[in-house]
Design a protein around this ligand. Structure first.
Ligand code: GLU
Length: 440
């Protein structure tokens, strides 16, 4: 089995593209196949080296390694021209200066494109001669066989007047040369496939098996877009998702059961993935579900490993103790700093929290807490807890009437890891210093 991922470097790698890459990779890894990366950079205006880098980066982050490539489609231009010349020589393609508008006008008059060929010209774009009466069968392991009749196809333009190849031609030549056995790609390409079959026919080549993946929709059933949250792999990374969680979630989208609550390791995905079981209906990408799944992965990581990832993500060091007391409360790496950053950068500024918890009664409770905490020895979670519970009891207060003022004094806000744990991580001096600041 030889599969390929063939992104156009016209922008970031989107979540749909990432899923396509993943499914190809899972197939190759599951069946001892070869995974080829081809960069389809023939759109000269929109393809940039920066975009190529971005795509390679995204694949690296997702840990989807390829066996061959990246192959630049543009660099294969001589080969495209060779095949083009062969098709021209054999009369299977012809040059025409007819514009899309000319073809349209002809169709309006004659009801079809059939017969619009005019005289072969010496110059002009190259069009492929679609046979008049042929059945074109797309073998698709997800959708079954679909038969197109050639009479419904226009002669596609396969190269510009300067002989540079266009997508439907280049893709077939390249897939053929790379001996690709399975073309797995988004359903948006389904309408291109019959044209590509004509190219295969003209080359006298056997077409690959196809698998057109259903589109990704948002939870509202509309086509996935920025509106639904992160749209590209880079955005997922910046939002603090873990690549293994993204792989797990994307693999389930449209293949397994997206409501499945069990985590499936990548090794197991490789073993179990079956392209023929991908559903035909659009899959729904739900960032909330991904968040939930990511949280499960975060908590499954050993503390040292999670610390390492959080240090890489935040660009800070010395986070271990803070990570230890926060892990239960975060779903993504990005959740960590808003929760625990106060341990390093001082209390945040939440005037509402101060107003509510550091008013007169709150200050009294806080002063009592200070007194009790100054005697906690050693200043660890157990002794901090004992000291603060003692204050609750002595004042006949509700726990939150003591704990929240302390929390706001330490964190500046009411969102933090456990308050005893936070105090213990800050240590006695810093804890008392922050309480004093809040009291003054
Ligand atoms: N370059 C095409 C795209 O990025 C994909 C072509 C293919 O997979 O056949 O949409």
């Amino acid at each position: 089995m030889r599969v390929r991922f063939a992104p156009s470097p016209t922008g970031a790698l989107h979540i749909g593209g990432a899923r396509t890459a993943l499914y190809n990779w899972l197939m190759a890894r599951g069946q001892g196949g070869t995974f080829v990366l081809r960069i389809e950079d023939t759109d000269r205006e929109r393809s940039t080296p920066a975009n190529v880098e971005q795509i390679l980066d995204a694949l690296r982050w997702l840990e989807l390694d390829f066996d061959e490539g990246p192959i630049s489609q543009v660099e294969r231009a001589p080969r495209h021209q060779e095949v083009l010349q062969d098709l021209l020589d054999r009369g299977l393609a012809y040059r025409s200066s007819a514009t899309a508008a000319d073809v349209k006008a002809f169709k309006a008059e004659h009801g079809a494109d059939r017969g619009f060929r005019g005289e072969a010209e010496a110059e002009g774009a190259v069009r492929l001669r679609v046979p008049d009466d042929a059945e074109l069968v797309v073998h698709d392991v997800i959708r079954g066989d679909t038969t197109f009749h050639s009479r419904h196809l226009d002669d596609p333009v396969i190269a510009r007047a300067d002989d540079t190849a266009l997508y439907n031609f280049a893709v077939a030549v390249d897939d053929h040369d790379a001996q690709i056995t399975h073309v797995v790609r988004g359903e948006d390409h389904l309408s291109n496939t019959p044209k590509q079959l004509v190219v295969y026919q003209a080359m006298g080549a056997e077409p690959p098996v196809f698998a057109h993946l259903p589109l990704l929709h948002g939870p509202d059933g509309k086509k996935l877009s920025k509106r639904h949250g992160a749209a590209s792999v880079q955005e997922l990374r910046d939002a603090g998702f873990l690549p293994e969680a993204v792989r797990n979630y994307l693999a389930l989208l449209g293949w397994g059961d997206p409501d499945d609550e069990t985590l499936i390791s990548t090794d197991e995905l490789v073993e179990r993935f079956d392209i023929t079981r991908v559903q035909k209906n659009p899959a729904r990408f739900d960032e909330q579900k991904l968040r939930w799944m990511n949280g499960r992965y975060v908590r499954a990581l050993p503390l040292d490993e999670l610390t390492e990832r959080l240090e890489a993500h935040t660009g800070r060091t010395g986070l271990r103790a803070a990570v230890e007391i926060s892990a239960e409360k975060i779903q993504t790496l990005e959740d960590f700093w808003p929760l625990a950053g106060f341990l390093f950068d001082g209390p945040s500024d939440d005037p509402k929290a101060r107003e509510k918890w550091l008013a007169d009664g709150g200050k009294e409770a806080l002063a009592a807490a200070r007194e009790a905490l100054s005697g906690a020895d050693p200043f660890d979670v157990e002794h901090v807890e004992r000291a603060l519970r003692g204050v609750v009891e002595a004042r006949g207060a509700k726990p939150k009437d003591v704990f929240q003022p302390v929390r706001v004094a330490l964190a500046g806000t009411t969102i933090s890891p456990g308050i005893f744990e936070s105090a213990a991580v800050l240590g006695r001096d810093e804890t008392l210093r922050r309480i004093d600041a809040a009291l003054s």
